[in-house]
Design a protein. Structure first.
Length: 201
């Protein structure tokens, strides 16, 4: 979990670095083992609707990883997402938001890496005063929704299973975040709702 988290933070930092700072960008790219040949532009037109620094490139990188393991991806980003500016999100909320998104996307990657069929859907939209993310991926074995947020629980090994418990801690300590989990037609679905104080400027 710590390795995932450190890499996720580097990805977010990279997205916030000015393009003119080539030396720093190249240094971060070396740490992340990124180069021009593994940059995925397939979803950038939709992701360009995200005006939150770092988040667009962060999600694009995760989509690139999903494509590398031959996942079939459906992505939708509503136009009104572009109205949300980083100025309305506190530093702490930004960290919590990206932590939650990072955990869920990493879990999807881990899950699909071990499956024959790899289907994933990501929907990002605005609902009243909330920024919403819906993540769904197919699953090939049963998941106990009563246990998944317990610390230490994992479908992989007893040494994993910190991520969803971390999300639970964030949701339990902040009224701005909500995360709902369900299983629909063999798809593991997680809805993340982030209350934003102001949407349109």
């Amino acid at each position: 979990m710590k390795i995932h988290e450190n890499k996720n933070q580097l990805l977010l930092i990279r997205g916030m670095v000015k393009k003119s700072n080539n030396k720093l960008l190249k240094y971060i790219d070396n740490l992340l083992e990124l180069n021009d040949s593994n940059v995925d532009n397939n979803y950038l037109s939709l992701l360009d609707r995200i005006n939150i620094p770092g988040l667009k490139n962060f999600i694009n990188y995760k989509l690139m990883v999903l494509r590398k393991i031959n996942s079939q991806i459906e992505l939708y980003v509503s136009e009104d997402v572009s109205l949300i500016n980083i100025d309305v999100i506190s530093d702490n909320d930004y960290y919590n938001m990206t932590t939650i998104i990072g955990v869920l996307l990493d879990n999807i990657i881990d899950c699909l890496s071990n499956q024959k069929d790899k289907l994933v859907s990501i929907i990002i939209y605005v609902d009243n005063d909330s920024l919403c993310f819906k993540f769904a991926n197919n699953i090939e074995k049963d998941v106990d929704l009563e246990l998944i947020y317990n610390k230490g629980f994992s479908t992989k090994s007893s040494k994993r299973g910190v991520g969803l418990n971390l999300i639970k801690d964030i949701v339990d300590t902040s009224k701005k975040f909500e995360c709902n989990t369900s299983i629909v037609d063999n798809f593991f679905v997680q809805d993340v709702i982030i209350k934003i104080p102001k949407i349109i400027f």
